[in-house]
Design a protein around this ligand. Structure first.
Ligand code: G6P
Length: 616
């Protein structure tokens, strides 16, 4: 949610910042801007509504020289997307420029105070309040930029990752974080980068410092050193870490969109996820996070799984898996609800928090709430070093590689794979799963990437089919058991990127309402691989067909019954029921992708959405 990039060094900053903004655009794309200090330390701010390419066009005839700068791509919170609300924001005297990701919750009271002192505001943003506040403190206290930022942030309530520049001071870049991620990259010979994630930095350096909450950093040219203090004024030793990310992972590699690349990548991302963990020769699962904390799970009164969006759908599959094979009660919680409903949490609960980005504000808040009660928290996340990874007691990385498409695909399948591995290992250790079943599921899990290859090979067929459905204004997705969450996920994928309204429902439950929507116009995707509920689903399909619904069925290879009734059929290879979501979701991802592209949608940057929701 909002992308931040910054640079200070010997090179021209503007090309680095623009390239960085393109890489960050998946985080927010309703407006973009850049601030630069030229060789005379004059401060220039350029910003405009729309995508980064608009900013580039706008800057064509502007002075974009300078070796220090900050830039931002926005996902609006306070104030609609517009030129004036875009970042960077100037302070009143135009001596400071600031970019911000997050929300300043007490901005109104600060604004009123500043207005009383004569400050005028041109935007509706909380960010402008912050930069004015910093200027006010700087003027009042005649202090350095760093000191003014420090004092201002001590009085701010809310979440932020910020970068600040000052006119007349082309040697200093100040940045800070609380609740929103921020990384400092260390390049060659006194060159530094700033990024809200590693994507704008990785091309230049792999040495980074992950700032912690309440860290404020001053990067000074020439001194070749950075100084980090926290809000309590404690000087901190920078901890330099290596990022494990290659440039190729954040490029499209010949695909039209990141989303399509990421759908096709799933066999590989699952192999990376299972590498060394699913040991097919030994027919064993190895997960150190679970093995080292087995007693926590053994003694767990219940497991709470907390997540948002697609990760919440993976969590629902986790409930089916863990309850069936480990016999531990599981409750799945949408993090934004959980955190505010005064939930009953026991010290002997275990929480599993799932997040691709590791930065979702509500998921982090749910973790903190459970932590306060003394609960053991296990994380499942993709981004190494992210806030969720750091806030949890232990966990498993999904190792899906960077996911850039806003609609999550490979993150989902790897999350489900991790939940499956956790289930199998727990079941074995707790003695709730018999040896034969355990071994055969381990073998079968190992074969899933190959089976996904067979499904993505049908992409052309699915693309053809999708053309028929661009007319639709509503879609229904039905599934049962393990495939009910898949129906939810299929509906979400379609909504997100095609803007067609879609609902996911447990197939049997459709008789309690949604069936009223069914007519010859209504496409219904039925996820119906051949398992124990198959006959019941066949009856559901008959009921829908009797009302002239257009059925697209996801069935097991060689299916005869539903194939005869449905209008369109996509076959998936045979597998075990508990592993079937890893296969059934793939055609649904492809179907959404092709319907959306046939409708001319920008699938990598769907309207109003952002990849990572770092505000509540
Ligand atoms: C946003 C993204 C979704 C994602 C959700 C949760 O809404 O667009 O794709 O599922 O956030 O994100 P997380 O990073 O916590 O999994």
């Amino acid at each position: 949610m909002c992308g931040i990039v910054g640079y200070i060094g010997k090179r021209e900053a503007y090309p680095i910042l623009i390239k960085g903004l393109h890489r960050l655009e998946y985080r927010g794309y309703d407006s973009a801007g850049v601030a630069l200090l030229d060789s005379k330390a004059n401060l220039h701010v350029y910003k405009t509504r729309g995508k980064v390419v608009n900013l580039e066009n706008y800057c064509k005839d502007k002075n974009v020289s300078g070796t220090i700068g900050i830039a931002h791509t926005r996902w609006a919170t306070h104030g609609e997307p517009s030129d004036v609300n875009a970042h960077p924001h100037y302070s009143q005297s135009e001596t400071l420029a600031l970019i911000h990701n997050g929300i300043i919750e007490n901005y109104l009271s600060l604004k009123q105070m500043l207005e009383r002192k004569g400050y005028k505001f041109v935007s509706q943003t909380d960010t402008e309040v912050l930069v004015q506040f910093i200027e006010y403190i700087k003027t009042e206290n005649k202090c350095s930029l760093y000191e003014a930022v420090h004092q201002a942030l001590s009085q701010v309530i809310g979440a932020y990752a910020i970068g600040v520049l000052e006119k007349g001071n082309a040697d200093t870049l100040v940045a800070a974080r609380k609740g929103s991620p921020l990384i400092v990259g260390i390049g060659e010979a006194g060159e530094y980068f700033l990024g809200s994630d590693a994507s704008p930095i990785v091309e230049y350096t792999k040495d980074v410092i992950y700032l912690n909450d309440e860290d404020i950093v001053e990067i000074r040219r020439g001194v070749g050193e950075i100084m980090i203090k926290n809000l309590s004024n404690v000087v901190l030793k920078p901890q330099v870490q290596k990022i494990r990310m290659d440039l190729s992972e954040i490029e499209k590699g010949g695909f039209a969109h990141f989303m399509l690349k990421e759908i096709f990548e799933q066999p590989k991302s699952l192999m990376m996820c299972m590498n060394g963990r699913v040991q097919s020769e030994l027919q064993e699962i190895m997960l150190s996070g679970i093995r080292d904390n087995i007693e926590k799970f053994r003694n767990a009164r219940r497991i709470l799984i907390s997540a948002c969006g697609t990760s919440w759908h993976a969590a629902l599959i986790g409930k089916y898996l863990i309850e069936y094979y480990c016999k531990i009660p599981v409750e799945v919680e949408v993090a934004s609800e959980f955190r505010y409903r005064n939930p009953v949490i026991f010290e002997d609960d275990v929480m599993i928090a799932i997040s691709q980005s590791g930065e979702t504000a509500d998921t982090l808040a749910a973790i903190e709430l459970a932590k306060e009660k003394g609960t053991f928290i296990y994380g499942i996340c993709n981004v190494v070093g992210s806030s969720v990874a750091r806030a949890t007691h232990s966990g498993t990385y999904t190792h899906a590689g960077p996911e850039i498409g806003v609609a999550s695909t490979k993150a989902f399948t790897t999350q489900v794979a991790v939940l499956t591995m956790i289930t199998l290992l727990l079941g074995k250790e707790l003695g709730t799963i018999d040896r034969t079943t355990y071994k055969s599921l381990v073998r079968e899990l190992d074969s899933i990437p190959e089976k996904i290859e067979k499904i993505v090979a049908k992409a052309d067929e699915i693309e053809e089919m999708s053309k028929v459905f661009t007319y639709a204004r509503n879609f229904m997705y039905l599934g049962r058991g393990y495939n009910y969450p898949v129906a939810l996920e299929g509906a979400l994928k379609l909504k997100e990127i095609s803007y067609i309204h879609a609902e996911g429902y447990p197939a049997a439950e459709m008789k309690h309402g949604p069936i009223a929507l069914v007519d010859e116009e209504m496409p219904i995707v039925v996820v119906a691989p051949k398992f124990k509920m198959y006959d019941k689903i066949v009856s559901n399909v008959e009921e829908l067909k009797a009302r002239k619904g257009k059925i697209i069925a996801i069935v097991s290879e060689g299916d005869k019954n539903i194939s005869n009734i449905a209008d369109y059929v996509i076959e998936i290879p045979n597998t075990e029921e508990c592993l079937s979501p890893l296969l059934t979701v793939i055609p649904l991802q492809l179907l959404s992708y092709y319907i959306a592209t046939a409708k001319g949608r920008n699938v990598d940057q769907p309207r109003n959405l952002a990849k990572s929701v770092t505000v509540e």
